[in-house]
Design a protein around this ligand. Structure first.
Ligand SMILES: *[C@@H]1O[C@H](CO)[C@@H](O)[C@H](O)[C@H]1NC(C)=O
Ligand SMILES: *[C@@H]1O[C@H](CO)[C@@H](O)[C@H](O)[C@H]1NC(C)=O
Length: 381
């Protein structure tokens, strides 16, 4: 309802002026926002299984937003679609595709986008990195790959193989690798991922790092539970302005609730493995669970910004104003509770960009959409 009003108001200005004078329309579009879901892509009925899932977004320096997702056109080799919005998420176009050029398997699962902040290994700051899982049609292997775009997402090229594992089946005893997440730290890019190859752990979280984007270092534990059947998964990390790093993961087998959202806070993102995680529990006693995501934005009432977390269990986000310690409270959204719904900080850092590909087991209704939320909440926008 409210969104309809906003959209109508902006649509005329936008369509006429957005490419010519983006700065002029910015302020009104990214002030207090609470809207959604805006459809980014509706898959045709020929798509299989979940049709779309696991969407990710990336804000570019010019204010445009890219998004990608697991795209279940499995008629040939799957690819990672790249859709683009130049009006802060109100409208989207099919912009480019990243294709597997190495394995003949396709880019099938778990894409992640990262904008390089520093020059590294011959790649300039501003290069867009795309990590994801290349998997053949019979799901017999998993291969975490790194691709890159040096033209703002218009085209993509292979960079390196990060890690390889066995069958793409999430059962203990199988040996896949899953869910890459990229972070820059002191001249390195660190890739965090879920790893089922260690016979001592059903699944654990690990990282490997690189200083040239080509050669990846040894596998280091991030979270490995002494209980074999535990399945910590889906690592996401944010850097906060106190120079600490906030990690969330789902903790399969947790005492609070299965796949409870757990977090760890460290000063050195190479040393998450040295501390225990703890469950995220809100002041109203709720422990969210399943496929968490987190961001940190500098906007917050205590000059310490806001940590924002979401999970599969809830439409709401969960926010914290003390660098992840102390109280967690709810922030409602107009997005659905979904599988691995992603968050990003918008061009106005108050703006939470929520992008999702839908829920598990909901194939025919899944589609890719965006919702936006003001991190301060808003009752009148
Ligand atoms: C986007 O456009 C490309 C090229 O025309 C097409 O192959 C693809 O099916 C479209 N949709 C998606 C989701 O990538
Ligand atoms: C935390 O929440 C409790 C209960 O709502 C409240 O009494 C307390 O003031 C809060 N503490 C901080 C630091 O916000």
């Amino acid at each position: 309802m409210l969104f309809g009003k906003l959209l109508t108001a902006f649509a005329t200005t936008l369509l006429a002026t957005v490419s010519a004078v983006p700065v002029e329309v910015e302020t009104s579009q990214i002030g207090k926002r609470d809207f959604g879901p805006v459809t980014i892509f509706t898959p045709p009925s020929t798509y299989v299984n979940e049709r779309t899932l696991y969407a990710r977004s990336l804000l570019l320096k010019d204010g445009s937003i890219l998004t990608t997702w697991e795209n279940y056109d499995w008629s040939g080799m799957p690819w990672f679609p790249i859709f683009k919005s130049t009006d802060h998420g109100f409208t989207w176009t099919n912009f480019s595709q990243a294709h597997d050029t190495q394995n003949g398997w396709g880019l099938r699962y778990q894409p992640f986008l990262h904008l390089l902040e520093n020059d590294i290994g011959g790649f300039k700051a501003g290069t867009i990195l795309l990590a994801g899982n290349s998997i053949p049609a019979d799901l017999s292997k998993t291969q975490l790959e790194l691709y890159a775009s040096t033209d703002n997402g218009a085209s993509w090229g292979f960079v390196s193989h990060i890690a390889n594992g066995g069958k793409a089946v999430p059962n203990n005893g199988e040996t896949p690798v899953w869910e890459p997440f990229l972070l820059e730290y002191k001249g390195q890019v660190i890739c965090y991922y879920s790893d089922q190859r260690d016979p001592a752990h059903g699944q654990k979280l690990v990282y490997q790092s690189t200083s040239d984007l080509k050669n990846w270092g040894k596998v280091v534990d991030v979270e490995a539970n002494a209980v074999y059947s535990a399945r910590p998964g889906m690592p996401i990390i944010s850097k906060m302005s106190n120079n600490q790093y906030f990690l969330t993961y789902e903790n399969g087998g947790a005492a609070e609730v299965d796949f409870a959202v757990y977090y760890k806070i460290v000063s050195n993102p190479l040393s998450f493995g040295k501390i225990q995680g703890q469950a995220l529990r809100t002041v109203d006693g709720h422990v969210p669970y399943g496929s968490p995501y987190n961001i940190w934005t500098p906007v917050g009432p205590l000059q310490q910004g806001t940590v924002v977390v979401n999970a599969n269990s809830d439409s709401d986000c969960f926010i914290n104003h003390n660098y992840g310690t102390g109280n967690w409270t709810r922030l409602t959204t107009q997005a659905y509770a979904d599988y691995s719904r992603s968050l990003a900080v918008g061009l106005n850092p108050k703006d939470i960009v929520i992008v999702s590909g839908g829920a598990l087991g909901m194939g025919p209704t899944n589609h890719v959409y965006m919702a936006a939320r003001d991190v301060n909440g808003c009752s009148t926008c």
